[in-house]
Design a protein around this ligand. Sequence first.
Ligand code: SF4
Ligand code: ZN
Ligand code: ZN
Length: 318
Amino acid sequence: MKCRVCRGPAVIDVRRHNANFCQDHFLRLCRDQTEKAIGQFEMLQPDDRVLVAVSGGKDSLALWDILIALGYEADGFYIGLGIGDYSDESHGYAQRFAQQRGLTLLVDDLLRDHGFDVPHGSRAAKRAPCSACGLSKRHLFDDAARRGGYDAIVTGHNLDDEAAVLMGNVLHWQTDYLGRQSPHLPAANGFPKKVKPLVRLSERDTAAYCLLRGIDYLVDECPMAAGNKHLSYKAALNDIEVDSPGAKHAFYFGFLDRAADRFVPATGETGDVIISPCTRCGAPCSNEVCAFCSLTERATASVPIEMGRTRRRTGARA
Ligand code: SF4
Ligand code: ZN
Ligand code: ZN
């Protein structure tokens, strides 16, 4: 097995490119593909200050590493979700990555700073854990980016993630969501720009990137993901990819090239809804109270407070 670029011994095959690569040229491929996605979708300007959503997993740490290598000013943002050992461990991986490289990692903690964690809060608010978690993460990322003056929130969603989301949206003809499949959501109505520079890399690519770069990451998936439809769509796409290398790429990028502009967002951050500040926290929203403050109110209403660990907060942050 020889590297397609230098003909030296290859360490990995990338079937969708029908090619093998040595360590140096595989790492370069990952950076080049990230740079290409950033340019293709006009995600970032060279002087943008970016906030990387860091979970401690392979995608977010690979992304942070690549953005630094590409010369971006990139800080990390980690949210403690209170999901048992998973959260404790993931925080440790994110912290070590940042410390070893002298990078800035901002940290918010749902229980400490907002009075609830995902397992208890979602039960109290009668929402699915992933729904409460996703809502909280979106709000806290937006909030951190606004307060820190960042130009963009950057997330580690890869090709497997985006193809699986597309599959779910097509299976259920979620036309609003299909209009928001672009890996670049521009800033609008007080919400910061959100971009996904890893859309040209697969999950296997980011795992191999971390391995070859010596990046230690949390391998375990979040325990709340079990039974999630997203995982079954990923598995179905993986089966298709085995017989048809490049199918995921063709599915996702074919949609963006040929069909995405037919699905115009009906409502939401880029829609024509009336936006005004949340009366509790000041975040832009379409109601009097934003979804996160409503969730916090319901989630903290019946969560037992652990002495010394939590405090309820629903007001604006100083
Ligand atoms: Fe949050 Fe669900 Fe993802 Fe776990 S699997 S981190 S609960 S969105
Ligand atoms: Zn090579
Ligand atoms: Zn609010």
